[in-house]
Design a protein around this ligand. Structure first.
Ligand code: HAS
Ligand code: CU
Length: 558
């Protein structure tokens, strides 16, 4: 029996979410290549410089917000239902959240695309961070709000499945995949409060003309309250894959289930009180609070360092089961020709580099050197652009056959795809990091500033531009290869049983080796909220009080 036969309604939801996610990946990825070729001067024929911000906004919104979230919804629907052996709690509710998310995403995306048509009244060239005083058409904020509420309701589905399971199994430990989905959502509920307040109380009424001005510092602070945890909202589903599926693909078992639980709880409690590390250069926030955020950020390295240890140990265990030997020789015994494995492992390897550039960003003093330079896109293309994106693509080679009931097609194409991504991203992210050190700014179509000679600092800018251009072309090629495999698999006739074994073996050290308090979500949520109040209570309330006295900013229309 395959998953699609056992739970056809769940498989359908997963397919729907993945399909929308892949659609966003195609368009967002295309925009990525166009903008990379444009700003490096490699090829400027696709768009004019005045359309650059439309392309950049589309790239960020479609990939960072929509590709990731729809994939997460599909993945967690699969994982929670599979690990609890529970059906969807209520078909209408599930259709409801999907429809809300899909319509919200469509409205926001169409508003962004309106930027290409000069006569169109809908525009939203405000980038994926939509900072005030840049102002988008109200429909953009309405779409985002619908999308956000849809994502909240999707989590409710998983909590309801958990509750129904818990009634039948009151003394059992929460299965790991469900534990991970639920802690991710709890973090999401806490952190999205910031962006919900920003959009509903400030940006939307301001774009509708109900209020005349907004305080950019306050809205930025509310954004970053959400803006750091959102990066873990992208990372945690990748960790879900690395912890619960990658060990099996390596030929072994997860090294430690308790460590995995601790990691997800650390994300839940520490992710939100660090947002100021995106605002080190913003005036108006006392340095003491920035310093606290820096310290919290350094603690927040811990869950990822624990992950590096646990996941690599599990891979080594798998390799040794397959006959691997020696200090490093075991690496050769891993299934490098299985794209679901190789993609996830390469994503992990690149994340190690992305994590290091994150540590550099997090240092308050060093941040002044790299902030707003191409170093930052260099960092996040290794993290969300590879740890997340490549893991999502590669695990689809394993999941898509399970939820479609079809055998994976174009295997050779699938086999090379992760390597093409790896090479493309190595070129592009390395050049972006180096360019950033030379001071080349991010977020501009014309990085060739007058009177600034980047070459004295970085050697040849031409060489960097070329690396970025070639990297971007390889990345889009890889993305396209992935989508060909997915489409080919979907369209092929169903042939016999599917050769994917969807079972996940028990960990080497199971949940019973850890105290049950780990599964008591209430305790961790309270702790998370207390830490948020300590980090944000005073600065936010003083901003609100100051804001009531200062005039704020009128809009700069998109
Ligand atoms: Fe970040 C900016 C700090 C992680 C995404 N980050 C960004 C932006 C994005 C982003 C999108 O402190 C730009 C936002 C904008 O538009 O302005 N980031 C960090 C830190 C971490 C970090 C300390 N970031 C992420 C993740 C992201 C992400 C994850 C997305 C998914 N970031 C910053 C800061 C800024 C920033 C500042 C502001 C910069 C500025 O000035 O604007 C940490 O969480 C990183 C910890 C990670 C590690 C690595 C552990 C290694 C592992 C690999 C294991 C290996 C395996 C494979 C499994 C310590 C887990 C082995 C394979 C074999 C073959 C053996
Ligand atoms: Cu951050």
């Amino acid at each position: 029996m395959t998953f699609v036969d056992e739970r056809p309604e769940v498989a359908r939801m997963v397919r729907l979410n993945f399909t929308i996610s892949f659609g966003a990946l195609l368009v967002g990825g295309l925009f990525g290549m166009i903008q990379a070729l444009h700003r490096t001067d490699v090829f400027r024929g696709f768009v004019s410089s005045s359309d650059y911000y439309t392309v950049l906004t589309g790239h960020g919104v479609l990939l960072a917000l929509f590709f990731t979230t729809f994939f997460l919804s599909g993945l967690f629907t699969w994982g929670v239902s599979r690990s609890l052996d529970e059906p969807l709690p209520n078909a209408t509710a599930t259709k409801g959240w999907f429809t809300l998310m899909f319509s919200g995403a469509t409205i926001a995306a169409l508003t962004v695309l309106g930027g290409f048509v000069p006569s169109m009244p809908f525009k939203a060239d405000v980038l994926f961070t939509f900072y005030a005083p840049l102002q988008a058409h109200p429909l953009f904020y309405v779409g985002l709000a619908m999308f956000l509420v849809g994502s909240w309701l999707s989590g409710l589905d998983w909590f309801r499945m958990y509750r129904s399971w818990n009634k039948k199994n009151p003394d059992e430990r929460v299965p790991l995949q469900t534990f991970m989905a639920l802690t991710t959502m709890l973090m999401w509920y806490i952190s999205t409060m910031g962006v919900a307040v920003e959009v509903l109380f400030f940006l939307l009424p301001w774009s509708l003309g109900i209020i005349e001005t907004v305080d950019p510092l306050l809205t930025r602070t509310l954004f970053w309250f959400f803006g750091h945890p959102v990066v873990y909202f992208w990372l945690m589903p990748a960790y879900f894959v690395w912890y619960t599926i990658l060990p099996k693909l390596s030929g072994g078992r997860l090294f430690s289930d308790p460590l995995a639980r601790v990691v997800f709880l650390l994300f839940l409690i520490l992710s939100t009180p660090v947002g100021y590390h995106h605002q080190y250069l913003d005036p108006g926030i006392p340095s003491g609070f920035k310093f606290v955020a820096m310290t919290n950020t350094m603690f927040l390295l811990l869950p990822s360092l624990l992950t590096a240890f646990t996941v690599v140990a599990s891979m080594e265990h798998g390799a040794r089961q397959r006959g691997g030997e020696g200090y490093l020789g075991w690496l050769r015994a891993l299934p490098w020709d299985n794209p679901a494995f190789s993609g996830s492992a390469l994503a992990g390897l690149m994340f190690a580099a992305g994590g290091f550039s994150g540590m550099i960003n997090a240092g308050m003093n060093i941040n002044y050197l790299v902030h707003n330079s191409t170093w930052v896109p260099g960092h996040f293309h290794l993290t969300v652009g590879t740890a997340t994106a490549l893991t999502f693509m590669s695990i689809s080679y394993w999941l898509w056959p399970q939820v479609t009931g079809k055998r994976l097609q174009h295997r050779r194409l699938a086999m090379v795809q992760p390597y093409v991504w790896f090479v493309g991203m190595t070129l592009m992210s390395n050049a972006l990091h180096r360019g950033g050190l030379a001071g080349i700014p991010r977020r501009t179509a014309e990085p060739q500033y007058n009177n600034v000679n980047f070459e004295t600092i970085v050697g040849s800018v031409g060489e960097l531009r070329l690396q970025i251009g070639i990297g971007a072309i390889l990345l889009f090629t890889s993305l396209f290869m992935f989508l060909l495999v997915m489409t080919g698999t979907w369209l092929v006739d169903r042939r016999g049983t599917v050769a994917v074994d969807g079972n996940i073996p028990a960990p080497l050290s199971g949940p019973d080796d850890s105290p049950t308090i780990l599964d008591n979500f209430r305790v961790w949520v309270v702790l998370a909220i207390v830490l948020v109040i300590i980090a944000y209570g005073v600065p936010l309330s003083s901003m609100v009080l100051d804001g009531a006295l200062t005039p704020g900013s009128p809009p700069i229309p998109a």
